[in-house]
Design a protein around this ligand. Sequence first.
Ligand code: TYD
Length: 132
Amino acid sequence: MNYKLIEMQIHGDQRGKLVSLEGNKNIPFEIKRVYYIFDTLPDQDRGMHAHKNMEQIVIALDGACEFVLDDGKTREKVLLNRPDIGLYIGKNMWRVMKNFSYGCKLMVLASDYYNEKEYIRNYDEFLKSING
Ligand code: TYD
């Protein structure tokens, strides 16, 4: 399975907490794009795609959601609910985001610019692509 959870260092004191994200340091790629997802609803799933080459880190800045990650052989669930934990998802991983808490805010760091041609949005096509 081409994913891992990365615990970020928290710089905290009586004023609050701060986490710093740096490309090729605690983020294992050069960051080319950042996007965020908000105003989510518990019954509205997202994702349902894989990337041919893109790597991403997802952080639940606020609230929680569940990731179902699938490499075509196994399927695992990951709960994201901490702003100091990054979920790294490598290429060729089918992902579904579900069970969003109301007001969940997800920040995503990506290794490349947005390119719809780089997405696989059909599960059968995903299976075909990873099985050569
Ligand atoms: P979509 O891929 O459906 O989001 P999710 O992965 O959360 O299910 O993207 C929603 C819309 O936003 C879609 O029209 C494509 C567009 N989009 C961009 O224009 N740039 C981006 O960086 C991303 C991630 C999506």
